[in-house]
Design a protein around this ligand. Structure first.
Ligand SMILES: [Mn+2]
Length: 231
């Protein structure tokens, strides 16, 4: 089975709730569309768990991108920011940074090395259907974009794909990054299904959000169990 999840944002309670429900097998694959870290405090812990799982494939999110940019990754000057620290902190990065300061240097380096290698888009096929997995937007749309981004990588992790924007022929886009309340005005947030796009960020990084996971084989959706939801 193929599962897709995004924007966990350090929330281990929600992450564990999904993992208990999907009971991932060695033969399954779980795609994580970035933004494992920041906002809630357990991002690095979850990330290290995911790194050890052979059946997990991850995309870089803008939060991991921000972290890499904000911190020098070479051991000698790990703590010296070379720009972007304030941006990262404004976006919930302080808890992640504090956690990183208290783990072993070699573990930090492992995390950075892993993140630096991550792709920003992945194409997959499930049941003869093609999917383009992205955090923010298809990297190949970069040329069509104006302004704001220096590289296609930066564009792919930061840009918020909009419903009228291009999706490559024959593909269904699966994206995180932009909470689905921008597409579906429902409470609690739900996975959004458009004509050729599926939005799966249900706001796990926020108090009133939840974490979603889609099983592409049969489009079954799993949501984190939230306290008080049955009241
Ligand atoms: Mn994001």
């Amino acid at each position: 089975m193929i599962y897709v999840m995004s924007d966990i944002h350090g929330n281990s309670r929600r992450f564990n709730s999904i993992m208990e429900q999907i009971k991932l097998k060695d033969t399954d694959t779980l795609y994580i569309l970035g933004d494992v870290i920041d906002r809630y405090p357990d991002g690095i812990r979850i990330l290290r768990k995911l790194m050890k799982m052979d059946n997990v494939k991850m995309l870089l999110g803008n939060h991991e991108f921000m972290m890499l940019k904000a911190l020098k990754t070479q051991e000698d000057d790990f703590y010296s920011p070379y720009g972007g620290l304030s941006l990262w902190y404004r976006n919930g990065g302080r808890v992640t940074h504090n956690y990183l300061k208290h783990i072993r240097k070699d573990l930090r380096r492992e995390v950075f090395r892993y993140l630096q290698e991550l792709p920003v888009n992945i194409e997959i096929e499930v049941n003869d259907k093609k999917y383009l997995l992205v955090h923010g937007a298809p990297e190949r749309n970069f040329r069509r974009a104006h302004g704001d981004y220096e590289t296609s990588k930066e564009y792919a992790v930061w840009h918020r794909w909009k419903i009228f924007e291009y999706v490559p022929e024959e593909y269904t886009l699966i994206f995180g990054h932009t909470p689905t309340l921008n597409f579906n005005d429902v409470v609690p947030l739900e996975v959004f299904f458009g004509d050729n796009a599926i939005g799966i960020d249900c706001g796990s990084g926020f108090g009133d959000g939840r974490l979603a996971c889609v099983r592409l084989d049969d489009m079954k959706i799993f949501y984190s169990n939230e306290e008080g939801e049955n009241l």
